[in-house]
Design a protein around this ligand. Sequence first.
Ligand code: FES
Length: 401
Amino acid sequence: MSYLKNLNKLKFTGMVKRREEEIKKASDIMIPDNIAYKANRIAAALHPAYQDLIIEKMVMEDELTCSYYLIADKQAGCQKIAYFQAGQYLNVELNIEGHHFNRPYSISSSPRQAKEEGYYRLSISLMKGFIAPDYIWENWKVGTRVRVSAPLGTSTYNRLRDGKKILALIGGNGVTPFVSLAHTIADGDIDAEMLMLYGNKDLKSALFREELQQLVDQCDKLKIVDVLEEEVREGCEHGLIDADLIRKYRCDDDTSLFVCGPQAMYDYLNEQLVKMDIPRKYWRLEIYGQYNEPSRLADYPQEKKDEVYRLKVTQGEITYEMACPAGTSLMNAIEQSGIRIPVHCRCGYCGFCHSRLVSGEVFMPEFLDHRRQADKIYGYIHPCICFPLSDVEIEIPLYKN
Ligand code: FES
C-alpha cells in the first residue's frame, strides 16, 4: 500500500500520450514467428495447451483408490511437467470407444515434488457406474501414455485474498487437494496454518490418513480432526461436518474455509455458510467433476425431472441433434454424442465451454453460476452446469487442440 501511495499520479496522466509516441517510434517490420521471447517461453512452460505424460508408477492407497505417478513423456515432446499450485487439478483426456471425454482430477502430490522430482500424483477412486474412473482403472497401467491439460483451478491459497488460517472441510475422497496443500505447508512453501476437519464413515476408510498424520507430526502449522459418521472414537468428532462444528473450530475471523467433498456436502454447506454470515471471500469451494443431481436442489422444478428433451447443437457449420434427459447436463449429452467441445472444470468456473443459448430453457444450480453479467444479459451459458427444462438449441465453441 505504501508503494501505491508513493506513486507519482501526474505521471499516470501522460501515459496514453507516451504510449502513442512509443508506438509511432516502433519499427514497421513484423516480428518473425520463430522468435520466442523470454516472457512467452515462461508462459508456455507454465500454461502449456496440453502435456503428454506417461505413467511411471502406480500405488494402491486402499482397495478402491489407486495413485498414478505421471512424468513427462519426452518421446512425445514433453520435456518437463508444468509447475502448479496446491489445490489445482489436471484435466485428463480419455478416448473411450471412440468418444472423447475430459475429466478433472486434483493433484495429490506437492508442487515441490513436481519441480524437484518431476511427477504429478493423481489418486483416482473406482466408482462403479461412472465412465471415467471405471475406464481408468481398467486401462491405465505403468507405461500408459496420458494427455492432460496444464494445471488448472483457483482453489489455491493466496494470502492477498485468504485468511492467515485455513479451516479445511474435507469429505472422503475430497482429501486429495488437501494432501497437496498439507505437503506445501510442511515444506514451508505456504505460510499458513491449516486445521483439517476430515469427514469419513469410519477411521479405516480415511484415505491418506497416515500420510497426513506424518505431515501433522512434523509440522506444527498442521492439525487434523477426524469427523466420523458411523464410529464413536475418543479424540474424534462424531457425525457430519455441520455448522456447529465449523463454529467450534473456526475460532479466528481471519480464517478461510476450503471445502472439497461430495456434492451433498456442498449443497448443505452452501446453505449453512450463507446463514453463518462468513464473508464470501473466505470460502474456497473446490467442486470438481460434473454436478449430477439437479433434482436434489430445492429450486429445481421436480415435475420436469423424468422428461427427455431434444438438444440441437451447432458447432461452426455443423448442426447435430440428440436426446438429453432432464437429469443429464448439456455437456454430457454433447460428449456422449461424440462431439468434442472445449472443457476444463466441468462445474461452471473456467468458462471454457461458454456457449450461446439460442432457444429453450435450462436449469443451472445457482451456486455454480459464475457467468459474467454480460453473459447473462446476452444469453450465454456454461453447458457443463446446464440441465434442459425444454427442448434446447445452443451454439458451442469449436474444439481446438
Ligand atoms: S468446463 Fe469450465 S465452465 Fe464449463
